[in-house]
Design a protein around this ligand. Sequence first.
Ligand code: GRF
Length: 218
Amino acid sequence: METLSIGVLASGRGSNFQSIIDSIDSGYLKANIVLLITDNPNAYAIERARKHGIETLILIPKHYASRNEYYKNIVHELKIREVGLVVLAGFMRVVGKPLVDAFRYRIMNIHPALLPSFPGLHGQGQAADYGVKISGCTVHFVDEGVDTGPIIIQAAVPAFFEDTEDVLSARILTMEHRIFPEAIRLFAENRLEVFGRKVKIHGHSPVDSSLISPQIPR
Ligand code: GRF
């Protein structure tokens, strides 16, 4: 099987980006990250890419004539590098139609809540304020909506009365770092199939945890 080429879009700290880099380095994930695109010149993700020799493009939306032009340019950069999967690792924008159309079911996002609850910004704070007892994270394919695409994997964590947004975020983040590489690995192994809203996972899951998508055969 040909090695999957990944393009990452990130706006900030890039800890999920790092978890993907680490999964490749450890041999858990057989893929190459060929490009980081960021919309934020101060993103710490840039430093992570530099340390690992990953090419980086800083593309600033206001330098383009329109939102469409911005995303058309991103598509161009991804296509000339033959990217097979686009990974949104804390990319703090709603992805434009040119990108969604060009990479249908080949764009993944991680959201820090159990979708469809608490989409959009501050999913962890929304969940903490709502008083849920269980929260978690979701890896999903990206469609035209905000955090609405077909769900690939979810993982749950407890939420406690005393939790602030920061405390709950940290608990969720440890699970993000597990399920994002897992979802990418399933994609790289060609084991994901989309049926409308639903994603079928073929074969057995590489991760052993009762909290992660318990419907996956193990
Ligand atoms: C994560 O909480 C992710 O779920 C959300 O944005 C945050 C990015 O964190 N989409 P990082 O940049 O990967 O550390």
